[in-house]
Design a protein around this ligand. Structure first.
Ligand code: NAP
Ligand code: SF4
Length: 681
């Protein structure tokens, strides 16, 4: 039999250990690392991914000491007692035929606590804490902490460690002149600035022996001013190889960089070319990272010789069986990571346990289980948006007989709009996954069928799940109703489906997630840079670090397709409620396209001239935005007219998603609620 992805599935022989394939599960902080009481959950989380076929798992970051903490009391490995608690984790991975390395993460000036240390007393723009500059003895203490942590990891049964040298953390802070202003032997020239990583790798290798995996995560593209140029990247890579590293993993961009590196609008495999540049410069395996989310993308990187391994972190949150599915010709069954960050990174920054928007079991493996139904029942699910799809497929997967109704000719609900937004093409993958999952689980799909209460009552069902979604809110602006008829006032669906083409000047009423999406759609003019790597690089100012230090160039965005005004009534900055790790990208993208973002407005009326607005309770500064169209993106109301009649007829009826609560509805809540209900019924 020919294997579907021969390069991806090829074992990697490191001399003293053989990895079963080329997939490295990249380090992803879940929050479970921070409290030993969560280790049973962490173990289940790793075990599922090892059972799913991952070659080498890298844990979320563990600090080697208190100064290296990400935040107070975050995960740390500094004592033998702590190491003993890791044993069940490593045993579970080994029992599943996998390998696991512990990531040693010293956050330096990114530490969210007053004990943070750094090469120089320079506050990071993304932290409120100013670090203490280390003296010679302090630096020695940090090196010893790294070495000790690695030794303890070995005692705990890990197959190796990853030394985190990128993303702007402690080690990276020493390497780059950006944050290292020292004039002793740890600063100044590049040779002196890389003394720290080289010492850490050399002394770690000496302490752990030759048969222990030592991954060094190397910042190949800093994307901040005064980072490394390419010759320095090569010099560092060769130095860490000589010092004893087994694998070099790729690091792209500091956390404070103003270039997106993993968001969904970043093209797939956008940085594989960086890893490729290092091929041939060192003899040890190189691992490519960032926005690698399907077996095809991973396979191509390996087949093209860009890297020897591929790192995937979030894709393995989304689907723990990624590798096994790829290996058995079932890539179309993979639940693909859409790079939204909404349940993983955004949770971590809110100090919540990471999960996954498309897979709510991630991080909750011990508690959210889809067990076979003890008494299979007939269940009608109404609405094939994310909530209904999740619910129907989990129910059917558990053995229930499920009919799924939707009045539309296709599945997807609001996801069908989202996937049309430039930079959100990945959302189509979720629909591909669900479409396949409906087939695999045997859901009876009844599209183009608007179910009414009478029809449902006669269907002989035991339970009903209403996932009928939302209707757009009418903000009741004077003149809007009559200008609906003239086409001057549009709903967001009119725009995103392409039913109506907009003119050169458009005002958007409402600056929530959908208002931002519509703005991005309107300024892009049909060209998505997420599908065009060189255009994306020009837009964000990313270039070859052999041409410009750190890979930073002057951004050269394409001019906007039209003038767009994005409006809200609140006086707060626009986009404040967007995702923690992605909101800044949406705001920056719209600024680049010269979108005028105006807060604190009153909508006075709409007429032939355009949208009349004013400001404040006094209705001051009356202004008319002379626009061709006004697009309403003023939020949603639940659509759930089947609930009462079914309930009154004495049936078991459940509401999920927007049909339940429309306020702040997003796909994360919809899929989570649908899946959890389906696990219970
Ligand atoms: P939303 O986020 O609740 O935003 C609604 C917008 O409409 C707000 O800007 C609000 O601002 C305005 N608004 C509310 N009532 C209004 C009224 N009566 N008259 C005029 N304006 C009014 O809703 P959405 O944009 O429809 O998004 C729905 C959900 O989908 C959100 O929860 C969102 O998180 C999710 N989504 C997320 C993304 C993403 O990128 N993560 C993208 C799309 C959708 P003012 O009240 O200040 O005017
Ligand atoms: Fe990927 Fe979004 Fe899931 Fe995070 S939450 S793993 S970005 S799909």
């Amino acid at each position: 039999m020919t294997l579907p992805d021969p390069h991806l599935l090829e074992p990697l022989d490191l001399g003293f250990v053989k990895l079963r394939n080329r997939v490295l599960m990249g380090s992803m902080h879940t929050g479970l690392e921070d409290d030993p009481r969560h280790f049973e959950r962490l173990q289940a989380y790793f075990a599922e991914r090892a059972q799913g076929g991952v070659g080498l798992i890298v844990t979320g970051g563990f600090a080697p000491n208190i100064e290296g903490w990400a935040a107070p009391f975050s995960g740390r490995l500094a004592t033998r007692r702590a190491a003993a608690r890791h044993r069940p984790l490593t045993q579970a991975v080994h029992a599943a035929g996998g390998h696991i390395a512990l990531q040693i993460l010293h956050t330096g000036r990114y530490g969210y606590h007053p004990l943070a240390v750094a090469p120089s007393r320079l506050k990071a723009p993304i932290s409120p804490f100013t670090p203490r500059a280390l003296g010679e003895r302090g630096i020695e203490r940090q090196i010893r902490a790294f070495v000790r942590c690695a030794v303890l990891a070995r005692e705990a049964g890990y197959d190796g460690v990853e030394i985190m040298g990128s993303e702007g953390y402690f080690i990276n802070q020493f390497i780059a002149a950006h944050s290292n202003r020292r004039d002793d032997r740890w600063g100044g020239s590049f040779e002196q600035r890389i003394r720290l990583p080289v010492e850490i790798v050399r002394r770690t290798r000496a302490a752990v022996g030759p048969d222990f995996i030592l991954i060094y995560r190397l910042s190949m593209l800093d994307l901040v001013p005064d980072g490394s140029d390419w010759s320095e990247v090569v010099q560092l890579a060769q130095a860490v190889e000589s010092a004893g590293a087994t694998i070099i993993n790729t690091g792209i961009g500091w956390h404070e960089a103003r270039v997106p590196t993993i968001a969904t609008s970043v093209p797939r495999a956008a940085f594989a070319w960086v890893t490729r540049k290092l091929k041939g410069q060192v003899g040890i395996p190189l691992c490519a990272t960032n926005r690698i989310n399907t077996p095809d993308v991973a396979e191509k990187i390996l087949a093209d010789g860009d890297a020897d391994m591929v790192s995937m972190a979030r894709p393995l949150l989304a689907d723990p069986e990624f590798v096994n599915k790829a290996a058995t010709g079932r890539a179309d069954e993979i639940n693909t990571c859409i790079a939204c960050n909404q349940a993983c990174l955004d949770h971590v920054f809110q100090r919540r346990i990471a999960s996954c928007l498309v897979n709510p079991r991630a991080g909750h493996e011990t508690e959210l289980r889809y067990e076979p139904a003890t008494r299979p029942r007939r269940i009608a699910v109404v609405g094939a948006g994310p909530a209904g799809l999740a619910c129907a497929t989990v129910l059917a997967g558990r053995g229930h007989r499920v009919d799924l109704y939707d009045g539309a000719p296709e599945i997807g609900g609001q996801f069908n709009l989202a996937r049309r937004v430039p930079g959100k093409e990945e959302f189509a993958e979720t629909l591909r996954y669900f479409a396949r999952r409906l087939q695999v689980t045997g859901v009876n799909l009844r599209l183009g069928t608007r179910a009414d209460a009478a029809m449902l009552r006669q269907g002989g069902y035991d339970e009903f799940v209403l996932a009928t979604g939302v209707v757009p809110r009418d903000p009741g602006i004077p003149g809007a109703a009559e200008h609906r008829a003239t086409g001057r006032v549009l709903g967001y669906a009119d725009v995103l489906t392409g039913r109506v083409a907009c003119g050169p000047r458009v005002a958007i009423v409402g600056a929530g997630g959908i208002g931002f999406d519509v703005a991005e759609f309107l300024v892009a003019g049909g060209h998505s840079t997420a599908l065009d790597l060189s255009a994306w690089q020009r837009e964000w100012g990313v270039t070859d670090p052999a041409i410009a230090r750190s890979g930073l160039a002057t951004p050269q965005p394409e001019p906007p397709a039209r003038q767009v005004y994005l409006l809200q009534r609140k006086a707060a900055p626009l986009g404040k409620g967007l995702g923690k790790t992605t909101g800044w990208i949406h705001r920056a993208a719209l600024r680049m396209k010269r979108v005028e973002m105006i807060g604190g407005v009153n909508y006075e009326r709409i007429d032939e001239r355009g949208l009349h607005i004013s400001f404040g309770t006094e209705h001051a500064q009356p202004t008319v935005l002379e626009v061709d169209q006004v697009v309403l993106c003023a939020g949603q109301e639940p659509l759930c007219d089947l609930y009462q009649p079914l309930l009154e007829a004495g049936h078991g009826v459940h509401k999920i998603g927007g049909a339940d609560v429309a306020t702040e509805l997003d796909a994360k809540r919809a899929i989570d609620q649908g899946s959890r209900l389906a696990a219970r019924l």
